[in-house]
Design a protein around this ligand. Structure first.
Ligand code: ZN
Ligand code: ZN
Length: 342
């Protein structure tokens, strides 16, 4: 099979993904072999390629996989050949530790990530345990469904962790792939809630999209909105939005941070944290790590029902380096997706 393989850490501009011919993997016990139809291109791949996250090497990247079941390993009972399935960031977890037993498998010490610890979807085929694959609703094309498996599922988790109740005000800091899905869920599920969106001051396109999707107020990070917010989700790689969100947060409110890592550059903002202004009166800060199977399997049918139909820009498998360079430059319209097979 054809696969784009990362062999060593390198700047994406050096086009480090190499097209390689590999044997098609055989599905083991309880696993399915999936013929990859589409695989989304994500910022996390840039972090892996450039060494900010440490993948096993060599690795086939890609964790927003939509494909068709091609072959069943022994003891597979949930899927049949020809079913369309999705595979997300969670590739496996131990199933035995206290976190797994409590449904918090995203925190399992033996958590394996797709396209990082296990080979992913930048290839014609991949394998996964049937327990970590999800049916894809018919409503979506394969390319449309791919970004829902990452930005969508993690946005859904962040929204759940925010504790938003219908009628409360939610603040969104940053308005990229995840946030533009979250606002659509909120408008559908919490019809009496208002959403305030904060972006960088020059991000007029993001602000306009936020208004189009129903934002009740739009401003720049650091602005004081017309009312305090009950909870906030921060989607940025920066520190300033956390401090600003805490400042305009209502008593007992929660700020959820949806980022695998934060940049160092504006860390001095943390020095501005004042106990009475930002923390006192039971304000909380919580991060979001990974996703659980429940997040993906609840979110996909909800997205079909709303419906959330992401705008995608398609590339061929062999164009993966170019797609990632464009992603880094912020030049992709909507979500980038590798269209691997029909
Ligand atoms: Zn991702
Ligand atoms: Zn575990």
């Amino acid at each position: 099979m054809k696969a784009m393989v990362l062999k060593k850490i390198s700047p994406i501009e050096e086009e480090p993904l190499e097209m390689v011919d590999l044997p098609v993997p055989g599905p083991g016990q309880g696993e399915i072999l999936v013929k990859v139809l589409a695989c989304g291109v994500c910022h996390t791949e840039l972090d892996e390629i450039e060494g900010r996250l440490k993948p096993k090497l060599p690795i086939i990247l890609g964790h927003e996989i939509v494909g068709k079941v091609e072959k069943l390993g022994s003891r597979v009972s949930k899927f049949k050949i020809g079913d369309r399935v999705g595979i997300a960031w969670i590739h496996s977890a131990c199933g035995k530790c206290s976190f797994c037993r409590e449904g918090r498998e995203n925190l399992c010490t033996r958590f394996q990530a797709t396209g990082c610890d296990a080979d992913g979807g930048y290839a014609e085929f991949t394998t996964v345990s049937e327990d970590f694959a999800y049916p894809i609703p018919e409503r979506f094309s394969s390319s449309q469904a791919a970004p829902l498996l990452c930005a969508g599922a993690i946005g859904y988790r962040a929204l759940r962790l925010s504790g938003l109740q219908d009628g409360q005000i939610l603040g969104l800091y940053g308005f990229g792939a995840s946030a533009h899905i979250v606002i659509q869920i909120v408008k559908y599920r919490y019809p009496n809630s208002r959403v305030f969106v904060f972006t960088r001051p020059h991000q007029k396109e993001h602000q306009n999209l936020a208004k189009k999707l129903g934002a009740d107020w739009v401003g720049a990070t650091g602005d004081t909105p017309p009312q305090k917010i009950n909870c906030a989700i921060d989607f940025t790689p920066a520190w300033r939005p956390i401090v600003e969100a805490l400042r305009v947060l209502e008593k007992g409110g929660r700020v959820v941070i949806n980022a695998i890592r934060k940049e160092e550059k504006d860390k001095e903002f943390l020095l501005k944290l004042s106990y009475p202004e930002h923390i006192w009166l039971e304000k909380e800060i919580k991060s979001v790590a990974n996703i659980t199977r429940k997040d993906a399997s609840e979110f996909l049918p909800l997205a079909a029902e709303i419906p959330i139909l992401p705008q995608v820009q398609e590339f061929k498998l062999e164009e993966a380096n170019r797609a990632l360079i464009l992603l880094k430059q912020g030049k992709i319209q909507g979500a980038g997706v590798l269209r691997i097979s029909d």
